[in-house]
Design a protein around this ligand. Structure first.
Ligand code: MG
Length: 384
């Protein structure tokens, strides 16, 4: 099975939005432009711009110091993901490399040629010794966190190299390895920085849910793209209730079974919504908050777009650029995010089909999200 889905590849940020975000950042922190970085770290930022312009922009939302740790965290996991995604690599060598990749971060001068499914990823791995150099200069508290997450993610990816996503349990586990661990690692980095309460890293379920919510949303939205490239992330346990083959949905997108399957997957993702709000509520630093909140509001808006939408089976459904812009620029506080979640819950509710098998579950989940949001808004004094 080919696996290359990553929460590190946000597709929604258009060039226009990147421009807006950059303009806003430059207004607020001109001094950062004059900040000279160490050569190896500069290489990391340049590479980050090449491998993911969007994520590079979101990282700049972070306070200085934290941005370097998160940049390295990103690049190291990006490199790991590139190994996982390289379908020309023999499984034996891939598994070996995935399991031991975390140790390479301490092996000065290490790099590997010809690995990666895209030129920019191959370049990252071919120049990996520079990433290692920058990593060695990072505060050791961040090194330990990054290495630990890299080791767990590599082991999980190795397990799934020859394993398919059949049971819902497998789906949750795979999403935990490739995305939940990112949430957990970020929480540890935030705690270690002192910018957030040290207790944030103890809320592992919430941190995991932050990653699962994003990853599951991407997996649902990318049905067609993944199918075209023979990648399967939708758990068999769910889709096999509605069709014999996963591709059958693309042949009859309007069929009750196709839409019911899609809606069941959206329900499965919506379960994480209140955990994500609980997580965002714990954040104290405004810039850390925005860094975490932006992907979450994009995810719930995407779920609202894909719910009961037959187009998911035939094309890549995206949220409107105007809406994305407004979400990104307005997710500044927990109150803003709660209002957005409540609004999106109502958007989904209006799309619930009558007499479909999963409609009642959707309705119940939306009731939970809406009541949570209403309660949160009443408890305003508890907000920062
Ligand atoms: Mg991958």
């Amino acid at each position: 099975m080919s696996i290359r889905k990553s929460i590190f590849k946000p597709k929604e940020l258009s060039a226009l939005l990147k421009f807006k975000l950059e303009a806003r950042r430059n207004e607020g922190s001109l001094k950062q432009l004059n900040h000279t970085k160490d050569e190896s770290l500069q290489y990391c930022y340049d590479t980050l711009n090449k491998v993911s312009r969007s994520f590079a922009v979101v990282i700049r939302e972070l306070p200085q110091g934290l941005d370097d740790a998160v940049c390295l965290f990103y690049l190291i996991l990006r490199a790991l993901d590139s190994i996982e995604d390289d379908m020309d690599l023999q499984n034996d060598s891939k598994i070996e490399l995935l399991r031991h990749f975390h140790l390479k971060n301490y092996e000065h001068g290490w790099s590997i040629e010809g690995v990666g499914d895209k030129e920019e990823y191959r370049e990252l791995l071919a120049n990996y010794h520079i990433v290692i150099e920058a990593f060695s200069k990072l505060d050791t508290k961040y090194q330990g966190i990054i290495s630990d997450i890299c080791s767990k993610m590599g082991a999980g990816m190795a397990d799934f190299t020859e394993k398919k996503i059949n049971a819902i349990e497998d789906y949750d586990l795979y999403c935990h390895y490739v995305a939940g661990l990112v949430g957990m690692g970020l929480s540890e980095i935030f705690a270690a920085s002192g910018l957030e309460n040290s207790s944030i890293s103890q809320h592992e379920t919430r941190s995991n849910s932050m990653g699962l919510f994003l990853q599951k949303t991407n997996i649902i939205r990318d049905y067609k793209e993944d199918l075209d490239e023979s990648r399967i992330f939708w758990p068999r346990e769910i889709w096999s209730t509605y069709a014999l083959r996963l591709e059958d949905f693309s042949l009859e997108p309007e069929k009750k079974e196709s839409l019911s399957c899609l809606n069941e997957l959206v329900n499965n993702a919506l379960v994480h919504a209140t955990d994500c709000l609980d997580y965002l509520k714990m954040l104290k630093n405004d810039r850390v908050f925005r860094f975490c909140a932006i992907p979450q509001v994009m995810a719930i808006a995407t779920l609202a777009e894909v719910y009961n939408n037959p187009k998911v089976f035939t094309e890549n459904v995206k949220i409107r650029k105007g809406m994305a812009a407004s979400l990104i620029l307005n997710a500044n506080s927990i109150e803003d995010v709660v209002v957005i979640y409540k609004k999106m819950a109502e958007t989904i509710r209006r799309k619930i089909p009558h007499n479909f098998p999963n409609s009642e579950t959707t309705n119940n989940l939306l009731n939970q999200i809406s009541s949570y949001c209403s309660l949160s808004l009443q408890e305003t004094p508890e907000f920062k």
